[in-house]
Design a protein around this ligand. Structure first.
Ligand code: HMG
Ligand code: MG
Length: 299
């Protein structure tokens, strides 16, 4: 398989990143983060989530974030929604796309959204209907595609079974999430090969967390499988609050450096992303999780 000429990056730092940060961050800073990422050239930014603030307090205020951002033409500002209540709030806030999130593991589904995989799919049906009426597309996530913190190994067929359901209910794109970053490139290739047999390859995306330092290698493996949409997070922010030990997403800066080296176009300015990553890391009082940013900013 030849490598794609262009890749679309889904910048998930303001959502997947900030949802797991211990230090509180103000709406003003969230808005600034989204605005600065827009200026870097990302065409898709996940700017928040409409979930229960009792479950994920970091994402409270997402409606205010959507009201405060400066929307750049051509940029999709998306949000996570677990149920109709979240979808209605998200649509009222003017999101450009909603994302539903399921899991390939029953235990993770219970811990993350308090219901079985089957029940979650039932809850997504009214979300799909509301989004259709509003003319807003829907993205689907599947978590734990390469391993679960509670159940261990996950068979690719389990992922394919959920992907088929999300695709059939109308998800425009399905992002396969290595929530706890345990995957390796061989398993990643097998996974995408299996899922691409039942959902068109150009409707699949990769979402790699870097817990075991494999995220960039897994992303490259997915590129070799013909995948051309990847989720990444500025400064490698984040993790999942319901997956203990899960570290951040693959850093956007590191993905950009890899793709530039391969001559693959993204439309995103690496130097600008390094600047944003330095600012938000300082604001959160945490080390920058991007190796490229460290290399570029050390004295
Ligand atoms: P529940 O407790 O079963 O919900 O939680 P419920 O329907 O019984 O409602 C209980 C209360 O929550 C009620 O309020 C509802 O109004 C409220 P009360 O009457 O007690 O005051 N509620 C809501 N409030 C705001 N927005 C909503 C909403 N829904 C109900 N949408 C629920 C079920 C799904 C709500 C909960 O489990 C939840 O919010 N979970 C979110 C978990 C989450 O955000 N996890 C992180 C994102 S997933 C991820 O990071 C993985 C990903 O990155 C891919 C990867 O890496 O694998 C995407
Ligand atoms: Mg994630």
């Amino acid at each position: 398989m030849t490598l794609p000429r262009a890749v679309r990056l889904v910048e998930v730092g303001p959502r997947d990143g900030l949802q797991n940060e211990a230090s509180p961050i103000s709406v003003v800073d969230k808005v600034r983060l989204v605005d600065e990422l827009s200026a870097c050239g990302f065409s898709y930014i996940e700017a928040g989530s409409f979930v229960s603030p009792k479950w994920v307090p970091q994402m409270a205020g997402s409606a205010e974030v959507f009201a405060g951002i400066n929307r750049h033409p051509g940029v999709t500002y998306a949000a996570l929604t677990p149920n109709l209540q979240g979808a209605e709030a998200a649509l009222a806030a003017g999101v450009g796309e909603v994302a539903v999130f399921a899991a390939a593991s029953e235990t993770f589904s219970q811990r993350n959204i308090n219901c079985s995989i089957g029940q979650s799919l039932e809850r997504f049906a009214p979300v799909m209907a509301a989004a259709r009426v509003a003319g807003v597309p829907v993205r689907g996530y599947i978590s734990c595609v390469l391993g679960c913190p509670y159940e261990g190994a996950i068979a690719p067929a389990q992922v394919a079974a959920v992907a088929v359901e999300l695709h059939a209910m109308g998800c425009r794109e399905i992002s396969l999430g290595d929530t706890i970053g345990v995957g390796t490139p061989g398993a990643t290739r097998t996974l995408f090969d299996t899922v691409a047999a039942v959902v068109p390859r150009d409707q699949l995306a990769g979402h790699f967390h870097d817990t075991y330092g494999q995220a960039l290698a897994n992303l490259y493996a997915a590129l070799l499988e013909g995948i051309s949409v990847f989720d990444s997070s500025v400064a490698g922010l984040g993790g999942c609050p319901y997956a203990r030990g899960a570290s951040g997403n693959v850093a956007s800066e590191d993905v950009l450096y890899l793709l530039q080296g391969l001559g693959i176009d993204t439309g995103v300015n690496l130097d600008a992303v390094v600047g944003v990553g330095q600012w938000i890391s300082g604001r959160l009082g945490r080390a920058n999780g991007s190796r490229v940013a460290l290399a570029r900013t050390c004295a």
